[in-house]
Design a protein around this ligand. Structure first.
Ligand SMILES: [Mg+2]
Length: 269
């Protein structure tokens, strides 16, 4: 289905609802595009999920603003891809930075920049931790499993309408809806630094029984992942004396980057 056909269907869906958001906020990785951008090179030509652009065209035609909230640790790559995909002009705000908060900081910045209240926003993301924290702020939020598509779009608008109705019903002051759509378990994927390549590359691929398949480097050996460690333990791990960003090798599909904390300052002489 081409972008114009998707746009026409998205406009039809928008016509079904009286209450529409003033701002739609998208995550990037596995929401607008099917990869982690830190696993890609700026030289590549990225592609979006096949309905994403048509949906954005429809929102723009309807006069609904759009923004990005991403915890990508490589905003430089993300911004290059946004440029290459020719969607930069679609967004009134782009908050792309790594953060320990589950995007609450991103939304605070978006709210300050746009002046749009949280209850007038709709958010799409593939990670339930982000959905949970942002829906608590009063934003209608939708967990997408296989990226943004027309079904998820319709579900999001429906959740938004429910959210508005719940917050405007004076007899149900405590009944604010928290749209939280849990879908089936996700396929684990992983992304680790390429130690054999001097730390310059990244292996990305579908994890299977703890084995990582380094498709990006032909002839490179597969690497066995260490057993999963609790995230608290990961945070307490000794700092890694390397300039390269260190990813938690147990990172799974749907997880946003788990960066190790920065090393402590040296003791005074
Ligand atoms: Mg994501």
């Amino acid at each position: 289905m081409g972008d114009e056909r998707v746009k026409a269907e998205a406009l039809q869906i928008l016509g079904l609802f009286q209450a529409l958001p003033r701002l739609v906020v998208f995550d990037l990785d596995y929401t607008l595009w099917p990869f982690y951008c830190e696993c890609r090179s700026k030289r590549e030509s990225p592609s979006l999920y096949r309905h994403a652009k048509g949906i954005m065209f429809a929102l723009r035609e309807k006069g609904i603003d759009m923004a990005i909230a991403s915890r990508s640790p490589t905003p430089d790559i993300a911004k290059v891809f946004i440029d290459k995909l020719e969607i930069k002009s679609m967004f009134v705000a782009q908050e792309i930075f790594s953060s320990w908060t589950h995007k609450t900081e991103h939304f605070q910045k978006i709210q300050r920049k746009t002046g749009i209240p949280y209850k007038s926003m709709l958010f799409f993301d593939d990670e339930d931790r982000n959905i949970e924290s942002i829906s608590k702020m009063g934003v209608a939020s939708v967990l997408v499993e296989n990226g943004l598509n027309l079904d998820m779009f319709k579900l999001g608008l429906s959740n938004f309408a429910t959210n508005v109705a719940a917050s405007s019903t004076i007899y149900k002051k405590s009944s604010r809806a928290r749209p939280h759509v849990v879908t089936k378990a996700k396929v684990p994927k992983a992304c680790v630094l390429d130690a054999a390549g001097g730390g310059l590359g990244l292996y990305c691929g579908a994890g299977d029984a703890g084995v990582l398949h380094g498709k990006a480097h032909e002839g490179a050996p597969s690497m066995a992942l260490p057993p999963p460690a609790p995230s608290a333990a990961a945070m307490l791990s000794p700092p890694v004396p390397s300039k390269e960003r260190t990813l938690n090798p147990t990172r799974a599909r749907g997880d946003e980057p788990d960066l190790l904390p920065p090393p402590p300052p040296p003791p005074p002489p």
